[in-house]
Design a protein around this ligand. Structure first.
Ligand code: NAP
Length: 292
């Protein structure tokens, strides 16, 4: 069994990006600049945005964190997005989700200019991805592709089962694994909460990508021998014995499933760090495109 070490690979990617940025600086070019907008005070969101900003600093990017209060109106947020769309200093920006209930998330994501949409959530970019055109691939699926690629995990002709159909992970993952090329050329089954007999489906899978957010959902008896297991889930489980008052767990019963798997991602240290690395990669791509 091989651990797909997202922490190590993401570090390699960050080092590669750092080298690119150094060259940009030497040529006297402007370095990539990522902005992150956060509305409200959600603890997990603040942690995620904080680590995105720190990663920017590490690779030599400029970064801007835009903090807005929990009572921000939809119009105020749309105005801020317009400002970022028009600011030539900013190469790409993200709107940290979830947003407070008074704001229509779909409307907000539609307002981000596709050329600055480094999360790859805008319908233009999602459509391009589905049509195999060059675009920003959403960071988490992009990170999973990169892990499979760097470990040389064969995907051609394999049966890939994706659990969860969210617009940010499961749905794009199912499209990407089925597209022509590597990683891809898989036969894909996309499952969700209405899927019947899910064990029957997962136990036929060569590759399982689990993104539902239910701790230890995927058990050893749901997995065949030598399957490749990608665990996207991140759930905070309350635990008073821990310093933070919780621990992080994935969707996979790692202890038992890892005994059967050929490759497996740990949580933490698997897909999570890859997501941030690929956001940086998309920002670098945005910078390069804006220079053309
Ligand atoms: P989401 O929007 O909450 O969607 C969950 C999906 O799982 C839905 O499609 C749902 O089906 C499906 N589902 C729920 N219960 C199910 C069941 N019993 N059997 C089969 N499918 C079921 O999910 P998300 O935003 O993609 O996040 C999923 C997990 O990944 C979360 O733990 C999240 O924190 C984590 N995540 C991690 C990263 C990372 O960087 N590692 C990035 C993003 C998300 P329906 O569509 O029918 O409701």
């Amino acid at each position: 069994m091989t651990i797909l070490d997202g922490k190590k690979i993401s570090n390699d990617i960050k080092n590669e990006i750092t080298a690119e940025v150094k060259k940009m600086k030497e040529r006297g070019e402007k370095v990539p600049h990522l902005a992150a907008v956060i509305v409200g005070n959600d603890g997990a969101s603040l942690t995620y945005v904080g680590s995105k900003v720190r990663s920017c600093e590490r690779v030599g990017f400029e970064s801007t964190m835009v903090r807005m209060s929990n009572t921000t109106s939809e119009v105020e947020l749309l105005d801020k997005i317009e400002e970022l769309n028009e600011n030539p200093e900013i190469d790409g920006f993200i709107i940290q989700l979830p947003l407070p209930p008074q704001i229509d998330t779909r409307k907000v994501l539609m307002a981000v200019h596709p050329d600055k949409d480094v999360d790859g959530f805008h319908p233009t970019n999602f459509g391009k991805m589905a049509l195999d055109m060059s675009t920003f691939i959403p960071a988490t699926p992009f990170g999973i592709l990169e892990l499979l690629d760097r470990y040389g995990v064969e995907t051609k002709g394999k049966h890939t089962v994706v659990i969860g159909r969210s617009h940010i992970v499961g749905r794009p993952m199912s499209i990407l694994m089925g597209r022509k090329g590597f990683p891809g050329n898989s036969t894909v089954t996309l499952t969700h909460s209405h899927t019947k007999n899910i064990t029957q489906i997962t136990s036929q899978a060569d590759i399982i990508i689990s993104a539902l957010g239910v701790p230890k959902f995927l058990k050893a008896e749901m997995v065949k021998d030598d399957a490749v297991i990608i665990d996207v889930g991140i759930t905070r489980v309350p635990d008073e014995t821990k310093e933070k008052g919780y621990y992080i767990t994935g969707d996979v019963d790692f202890e038992n499933v890892s005994k059967k798997a050929s490759y497996i991602t740990p949580v933490p240290g698997g897909v999570g760090p890859m997501t941030i690395a690929m956001l940086l990669k998309n920002t670098l791509l945005a910078r390069e495109r804006h220079m053309l």
